[in-house]
Write a protein that binds this ligand. Structure first.
Ligand SMILES: *Cc1c(COP(=O)(O)O)cnc(C)c1O
Length: 350
């Protein structure tokens, strides 16, 4: 079988959620952000395991994700939608019992008109200028909004992956100025904010990447192992070249293995010539260009031609690969395409 396997450790995800939960006060609820199909790892598998671990609040990006998640999780947990209440969302919001985070007066008007009495939250912009009501907007409608009983008021930090960045304290101050004394549960922190300490935690935190083993949660348990089958191995004479563009020339006799996965599977082409592929503790360099469906690897150092090699593993995690690709762990995960067999371990102790 040439299909590569993405191994996902559900117990590690649960352990990471518990560790982040334990980092905040007992009065702070720890939610889980599982937008984009749980960062590419499968909301249908990750969601139920987190529910079983005690998560009662989930966050997704768009209403359609929330509706799909409701079918998976059943009626119990709260499912919040970051994009709020867009035109056309009402049926999904009502049908699936979603909680839209209203981002502007337009969304608020729409929500109160079409779904009066339906639970909602408010998202405030404290400086990121991406989603949420501006302070002036909030000043104009806060009384009206609070009179309708929002279940949560939240904002989002722009620089929480850099704890010393002055933007963090600045946004914290703006959030406090906008919300102190409102008597509604508040949330400011994602993974980075959880790690910055209790001043940032308020009533609820919303970690995502930390659950999936990514930076800035350095103490996270690794969650993914990506194992790629070898389709062929061949012996090269010195001077022979490998792959598109002849970018690699064998300096000596070598053995090259061709692996089944490529840039169509989220192994960014910019990684060409950079990472290692692991066979247990043995590291084998990727050589030549990353193709759409194939990688070529120098396996000369292995005593036998391998049957499979790991690209993601504890020795080379998502952030190590992200650094080589000039991106972040979030993008490495969400770029992993639909072609892998996703194999899950753990999570059966419900
Ligand atoms: C994605 C997202 C989160 C989760 O962020 P992580 O950095 O993955 O923990 C939290 N809040 C908002 C508004 C988001 O968009």
């Amino acid at each position: 079988m040439a299909r590569a396997t993405l191994h996902i450790d559900l117990d590690a995800i649960t352990a990471n959620w518990r560790a982040l939960d334990a980092a905040s006060a007992r009065s702070t609820r720890t939610a889980a952000t599982i937008k984009a199909d749980a960062y590419g790892l499968g909301a249908a598998q990750v969601g139920p395991v987190l529910l079983a671990a005690g998560v009662r609040d989930f966050f997704v990006a768009i209403a359609e994700e929330g509706a799909a998640l409701r079918k998976i999780l059943g009626p119990e947990p709260r499912i919040h939608v970051y994009s709020g209440h867009m035109a056309g969302d009402a049926a999904a919001i009502r049908g699936a019992g979603l909680i839209p985070m209203l981002n502007c007066i337009d969304q608020m008007t729409r929500h109160f008109e079409i779904l009066p009495g339906h639970p909602f939250g408010i998202q405030l912009d404290t400086g990121m200028n991406r989603l949420g009501m501006e302070p002036a907007e909030w000043a104009a409608v806060a009384e009206l909004a609070l009179g309708q009983g929002p279940v949560l008021v939240m904002s989002h930090l722009a620089c929480a992956d850099e704890p010393d960045h002055p933007m963090n304290a600045q946004q914290l101050q703006v959030f406090r100025d906008l919300t102190d004394g409102i008597g509604v549960p508040r949330s400011l922190a994602a993974t980075g904010g959880v790690l910055m300490g209790t001043a940032y935690h308020f009533d609820m935190t919303r970690p995502g990447i930390g659950l999936y083993g990514g930076r800035p949660f350095d103490a996270a348990r690794p969650v993914v192992r990506l194992s790629l089958p070898v389709i062929q191995t061949r012996e090269l004479e010195p001077g022979e070249t490998v792959g598109y563009g002849n970018t690699f020339t064998a300096p000596e006799p070598m053995r090259i293995a061709t692996l089944s996965a490529g840039y169509a599977d989220g192994i960014h082409r910019v990684l060409s010539g950079q990472p290692m592929l692991y066979h247990g503790d043995s590291a084998c360099p990727l050589v030549g260009r990353v193709s759409m469906d194939l990688l070529t690897v120098d396996v000369t150092a292995l005593p036998e031609p391998p049957r499979a090699l790991d690209l993601m593993c504890p020795a080379q995690g998502i952030d190590a690969l992200a650094d080589m690709a000039g991106t972040i762990g979030y993008e490495m995960l969400t770029a992993l395409g639909p072609r892998y067999a996703r194999e899950y371990t753990g999570g059966k102790s419900r």
